[in-house]
Design a protein around this ligand. Sequence first.
Ligand SMILES: [Zn+2]
Length: 272
Amino acid sequence: MKYKNSIVAIGALTLFLSCATNPFTGNKTLALVPNSQLFPTAFAQYDEFLTENKVIRNTKDADMVKRVGQKIAVAAERWLDANGYQGYLKDYQWEYTLVDDKTVNAWCMPGGKIVVYSGILPVAGDEAGLAAIMGHEVAHALANHGQQRMSAGMLQQLGAVAGNVVIKDQETLNLFNQAYGVGSQVGVMLPFSRSHESQADEIGLYLMAIAGYEPMEAANLWRRMSAQSGGGAPPEFLSTHPANETRIKNIEAHADKARSEARKFGVTTFKT
Ligand SMILES: [Zn+2]
């Protein structure tokens, strides 16, 4: 009975707090940790990551990461403006950082802090491949996937005390670390669910197309990524993003739609 009551309480709480529909997914997003608490935590974790890692600045590659990242961010903002969500990203503080690290990895924290590891550049191959990676990672952030994971963690912990929704900064940090796996290894993301992965693939395709990149290059990227796993242990990025035939087929199936969407923004050529 006690158990049942707490479920009801959590249900009521969830309904009350999750009324915001995410513009990118059309889903009601479970966001128990408000951005006003989430973003400062993410920014602090990002700053700490930068002090502990070697940032590459003012090279051709670093410039490319910045250029592609900016285009993806602008694409997201243009799409939101066109769909009636002006100012949706006003609290974002976009940053696009390349770090000197052989790990095949990249991520985007909530609030727009993007890190690309130099080890992923050979797999990215070129600018369009990098746009596919960054589009996908930005999509996770825009779709609030990490935040949903934090909210799920919070619900799990709250249990019977679900009435108390005011969480302290330390709790935000703990939830953040659990959701993003940054407790022991900063910046190593835990795998997202399969549905979150396909959502990020789809949104990422739209972003890269509006940014002027050929969406089919995303399929090529995942093929290269997949080929990387032959032999030794799969690269970090692949362990959290399994690249299988289904994933590639889904991307190919959405490429036309992504191009048509981009045409609405006057984009008629797509860089390969
Ligand atoms: Zn992903």
